[in-house]
Design a protein around this ligand. Structure first.
Ligand code: GLU
Length: 286
């Protein structure tokens, strides 16, 4: 197996110090293993993706001293592949259409009989199951509605109480994902958004397999999303990469950097006269 990793930014804003750390780390791990470093543009959200941001991603990464294989995989060019994976899940009876908006979910989740505060998972509020059918829907897969994964049914299909993946990040170990993690803390997540016909989770899983990714290097903030990815990999019969969740880069007040945090954009430091070595120092890399 050739060590193959990727950096997968969304062209919806400037790359900041957290991205620089992630990209540099993945690039260096690939180099140390004499492996491959790929770049993937995650632009399924066409309402927010902009060519200008994509151009700036290339510019910032080149300036940092990174190189990558071409052609770069752009998610918007692989909608058919996501659709196929979706059809597979649909034919297994694991998806159902859902017309609930956030307000509906909040109202159902905080109804008196549910008790307590609505729980929050990796994708926001945990879905209370309003649209979940008793028996799997049959017929053609609808294309004009959001589709959710019936998590309980999916686990039944897999027939395992726990799923495992290998973690090499801050605490190297085999991570066990339990039934409880998935039913109570994750729930029936949206696997195809109405406006996109796919989702971040589905696209990432299909792409990592299509690109032969052996190691995913990403921030600790995506740890809970990884659980979802492992479930999808098992359901679709795809291999699971090794995961390396790294520490997050925080601002002086200890807050995690957000995409909108323009003040921490690589380009801002660059304009102020920083060199690539300065950026490395700022993120704690030698
Ligand atoms: N596109 C995601 C982001 O910009 C990261 C993708 C991933 O590592 O799976 O946060």
């Amino acid at each position: 197996m050739i060590f193959t990793t990727r950096f997968a930014p969304s062209p919806t804003g400037p790359l900041h110090l957290g991205h620089a750390y992630s990209a540099l780390m993945a690039h260096e791990m690939a180099r140390a293993a004499r492996g491959r470093f790929l770049l993937r543009i995650e632009d399924i959200d066409q309402s927010r993706a902009r060519p200008e941001w994509e151009a700036r991603i290339y510019d910032d990464l080149r300036w940092l001293g990174l190189d990558w294989e071409t052609p770069v995989r752009r998610q918007s060019e692989h909608l058919d592949a996501y659709r196929q994976a979706l059809e597979t899940l649909w034919s297994l009876g694991l998806l159902y259409p859902c017309g609930c908006n956030r307000r509906d979910i909040l109202a159902a989740a905080s109804a008196p009989q549910e008790g307590g505060e609505p729980a929050v998972g990796p994708d926001g509020l945990i879905y209370p199951g309003t649209c979940r059918p008793r028996t799997p829907p049959s017929g053609q897969m609808p294309v004009d509605q959001a589709l959710r994964l019936d998590m309980r049914r999916a686990l039944g299909h897999l027939g395992a109480r726990t799923l495992e993946f290998e973690e090499t990040g801050q605490t190297p170990r085999k991570v066990s994902i339990t039934h409880d993690d998935l039913i109570n803390d994750t729930g029936d997540i949206v696997i195809a958004r109405r406006d996109m016909g796919t989702s971040y989770h589905l696209s990432v899983v299909v792409d990592d397999a299509a690109q032969g990714i052996s190691h995913v290097v990403r921030g600790q903030d995506l740890f809970d999303a990884t659980r979802i990815h492992v479930v999808l990999q098992r359901l679709l019969g795809l291999p699971s990469p090794v995961y390396h969740h790294h520490r997050l880069i925080r601002d002086a007040a200890g807050k995690r950097l957000a995409k909108r945090d323009d003040a921490r954009a690589i380009a801002t430091y660059r304009d102020q006269g920083d060199t690539p070595a300065d950026i490395r120092r700022r993120v704690g890399l030698p």
